[in-house]
Structure formats: C-alpha cells, structure tokens
Design a protein around this ligand. Structure first.
Ligand code: RIB
Length: 331
C-alpha cells in the first residue's frame, strides 16, 4: 500500500505543501477556510501527520510525565484522572508512572521520562531523597511535596484542614484525640496537618498523642499498628487520621474491637476522594479540592513551560464533610 505523503494532502486540498505543513504545525497566519480545507483532505485520505517529524520541528514532544505513588489509592487515582483530563484539554499526551511507593522504580521512571524528552513533569510521589530531582532541568510542578526552592507546589490547605478536624472532634466532646499520620520529610506540605493538630490541641489545653506509620507500610502493617493503638489506649475518644484509607482502617479496627462509633469514639479522615465517599459513606472527612488541585497543577506547569511567572506555592481551601463517624453537633 502506498504511503501517504504531504504532497497527496496538498493536491487533494488544492494548496501548497508548505500550507499543509503550516496547518499541521499551526504556524503563520492561516484563514479558517484554509485550515478546514486541509483538515478535510487529511481526514478523507486518512492521513496522520508524522508526530516525530513534528517534534523535531517544534522541539516539543507534547508529552507530560505524571508520577504518583499508586493509582490504586483513591486520592491519587482521582488526582490522576483530573490531571490527565486537564492535560488532554491543553493538548498534551500523558505518561503515567505508578512508582508503587518504591524509590528505585521512581528513579528509573524519572530517567525514562526524561529520556523520552517530556515537556514537563507533575510529581505527587511520596519517596524522598531522589537525587534526579535536584538536577532535573525541565519544568516540574509538585503536589504536596517540597523538592527544590524553584519547583512550585500545589496543595490543599493542610494547616486549615488539620485545625478543622481537631475543632470538629473537640466541639463534639472529644478530649483524648489521637492523630495518626505517615512520616514525611519535615518540609513537605502535608506535614502541616500534624502541625495544626499540635497547635490546636495546645490551644484547647489538651495533651497531644500521635501514632506514626510509614506511607509505604502495607495495609496489614497499618491494621496491626491501629489495633495496638486502640487496644492499648481505651481512653482515646477521637481520631484525626491524616488520610481516608487510614481512617477507614481505623473504623474497621474500632468496630472489630467493639468500640461504639460515634458514641464512644469519633473519627475524621482527610482526602474526600469520590470513591472513598461512595464506599465508606459513614466517614466524616476533610475534603481536598482534588479537581482544582489538578487544574492548578496543569496551569502552573503550562506557565513554567512557557517561561511565565508562577507562584511558588498554591494553597487551595478544604471543607469538612460530616458523616456518621462524628456525633451530631447538637447532641
Ligand atoms: O491518601 C494519600 C495522601 O497522601 C493524601 O492525603 C495526599 O494529600 C497525600 O499527601
């Protein structure tokens, strides 16, 4: 079968080869009539422009790499969906790297993405100390995590979310509130949830109590940690979990141990992804604006690619979603 060439499209559309090339690359001033004519000819002939030739010409691949810990986590799954959609609307193709909470995998992915000459990266992974980020010379936007002073961060208002969670528990009578969270490097943005917990507990004159795990702990390890916590501390009457998966695990452990939720123990999570809200509708949580975070991340990345100014940090407001794991306020 004869391979279609630019000349064939030009002949069909009745324009020159240069005009066809300008339509494909959206270069120079073109009338809508010319664009329509060329596009109709390409579609009739079933002609697909050579992307590699275009890339060589524009020095852009129109590829963006997204690195997440795991799309199996409802927060990152939803974030990825919104990022991919916003990038699609902006004319980009996406390579998704699921780093599986594994620093070596993340490092290899990072090298591969840079080898594919991606135009930019959006990083939402939880592995720290990956050296490549210190030297990467391309536009990058981070979600929640701090990589380098010149890499902008988009996050939800983690501090306000932490305050809101502790206030909600306090107002509903909790006085022995524990905070469960995963340890991150100290300058990461989601650590502000823990700082807000400490400050708000101090403002109420309450003694803080934290329970840490690693972001990379398996579900079984987390369940063991949470069981031990609730077995050893029957006085706990409120839990602020720093993410919804842990909050859901704590809820199931509490029920298994016969703790009455919300009468004796109240629980609030953090994230509010659609899937979690549907699967654990009882769970009260602090809702992150996941779609907005994705849109801002893409807008910020586009600005970085164009070399225009971007704020170093974008913080988006959170909301409280009440649920049956919290008492009614007027109880
Ligand atoms: O559930 C995943 C958590 O890790 C979210 O709270 C998100 O903000 C990230 O830091």
């Amino acid at each position: 079968m004869k391979k279609l060439r630019l000349e064939d499209v030009a002949a069909k559309a009745g324009v020159s080869k240069t005009t066809v090339s300008r339509v494909i690359n959206r270069r120079g001033s073109l009338s809508q009539k010319t664009i329509d004519k060329v596009e109709a000819a390409m579609s009739e002939l079933n002609y697909h422009p050579n992307v590699i030739a275009q890339q060589l010409h524009t020095q852009q691949t129109k590829l963006i790499g997204i690195l997440v810990p795991s799309v199996a986590n409802p927060f990152f799954g939803e974030l990825t969906v919104y990022l991919e959609h916003a990038l699609f609307l902006a004319g980009y193709k996406v390579l998704i790297a699921d780093a599986l909470n594994n620093p070596e995998k993340e490092q290899r992915y990072l090298r591969q993405l840079m080898g594919h000459q991606v135009d930019g990266l959006i990083i939402a992974t939880h592995n720290s100390d990956i050296e490549e980020y210190q030297h990467a010379n391309l536009p990058i936007v981070a979600i929640d995590r701090y990589l380098r002073p010149d890499i902008p961060v988009v996050s939800s208002d983690n501090y306000a979310g932490g305050q809101l969670a502790v206030e909600a528990l306090y107002q509903r009578g909790c006085r022995h509130i524990v905070h469960t969270y995963s340890t991150n490097p100290s300058n990461w943005h989601d650590n502000k949830r823990e700082r807000a917990y400490q400050d708000t507990m101090a403002s109420y004159g309450l003694t803080p109590m934290t329970c840490t795990s690693s972001f990379n702990d398996s579900p079984q390890e987390k369940l063991a940690i949470f069981s031990k916590l609730l077995e050893e501390h029957p006085e706990i009457d409120g839990i602020f979990a720093s993410n919804d998966l842990d909050a859901a695990r704590l809820l199931s452990v509490a029920r298994r141990l016969g703790r009455r939720v919300p009468d004796d123990l109240q629980i609030i999570g953090y994230d509010g992804a659609q899937a979690t809200q549907e699967l654990v509708p009882d769970l009260a949580t602090i809702v992150q604006p996941i779609e907005k975070m994705a849109t801002y991340a893409v807008e910020t990345l586009e600005k970085r690619i164009k070399g225009t100014f971007t704020p170093s940090t974008t913080v988006l407001p959170v909301t409280l979603k009440a649920g049956c794991t919290l008492k009614e306020l007027n109880d």
